[in-house]
Write a protein that binds this ligand. Sequence first.
Ligand SMILES: Cc1cc2nc3c(=O)[nH]c(=O)nc-3n(C[C@H](O)[C@H](O)[C@H](O)COP(=O)(O)OP(=O)(O)OC[C@H]3O[C@@H](n4cnc5c(N)ncnc54)[C@H](O)[C@@H]3O)c2cc1C
Ligand code: FES
Length: 275
Amino acid sequence: MSETFTQPMMNRPGVPQVSLLTVTSNSPVARQVYRMTLKGDGVQAMVEPGQFVHIKCGSSASPLLRRPLSICDVDRKKRELTIIYRVEGEGTRYLSTLQSEDMVDVLGPLGNGFPLGNRDKADRVLIVGGGVGVPPLYYLSKCLSKRGARVTHILGFNSQEDSFLTDDFHQLGETYVTTMDGSLGHKGIVTDIMAHWPPESWQAVYACGPLPMLKAIEQHMAGAYQTEVYLSLERRMGCGIGACLACVCHTPDSAISYKKVCTDGPVFKLGEVIL
Ligand SMILES: Cc1cc2nc3c(=O)[nH]c(=O)nc-3n(C[C@H](O)[C@H](O)[C@H](O)COP(=O)(O)OP(=O)(O)OC[C@H]3O[C@@H](n4cnc5c(N)ncnc54)[C@H](O)[C@@H]3O)c2cc1C
Ligand code: FES
């Protein structure tokens, strides 16, 4: 008899499901940025860093579409999931009004996350995040640190008021912060800090953030063929499960070939898609 018939599919690692999770906390951590913790059995399925959840933002039909938010941290013992989100529009504004004990309808885990490979203490790994691209990198760094990999972080924000999680990253490894206005850390962009090391210094580079940042990293890492580089993309999404094609991006193979960010990504190997 197949495993499918002997074990219930619900809550199995990696198997997406819809679950009602209970808000345990929801408070601001930076300008217009909130950290929300959600608790419930559905969290047991969320194991892979870089995956995301698709959240229903409201109790009525509007907004109709769920909103994608990255898994920032998971505590499977406590059955608790952390997300960090910036208030952008109707959906995230609704999330910011939720309080402890409110229920949230969550579909996940979705997408393919960051491959951890055989990373261990022999490896030097660079993690680069920008703005609300930073949240999924926290759980990634925790997973890599657990394996003993030497992790260096570079986090970029617009200003100190927009920065978050910097102390948490410091606890996991060497951490550099950049801000556009210089109010915290280095004044400038993340690639200014990356330039301190030859690109081949790293066994792997993992990044998530705004498109211009990812493009700059792509350029910086071009030619460092020994280094595995993984980029996590954010696209407007409709269904989140590969049915609507709202999230497609082109591949270098031909003008008509594409990948879906929701199901083929959000994490892609450098060069796999056109940024
Ligand atoms: C895989 C994935 C993971 C994400 N993880 C996070 C996260 O951890 N934290 C976080 O704050 N945000 C994250 N986002 C972006 C987040 O999904 C959007 O900010 C959110 O959907 C906006 O919804 P809204 O209803 O508040 O705004 P809307 O009213 O839908 O839009 C308001 C503004 O937000 C912009 N926007 C909407 N959707 C996206 C999107 N998918 N990407 C970029 N900009 C968008 C629009 O261009 C518009 O200007 C992620 C997106 C993806 C695809
Ligand atoms: S969001 Fe529908 S196919 Fe990706």
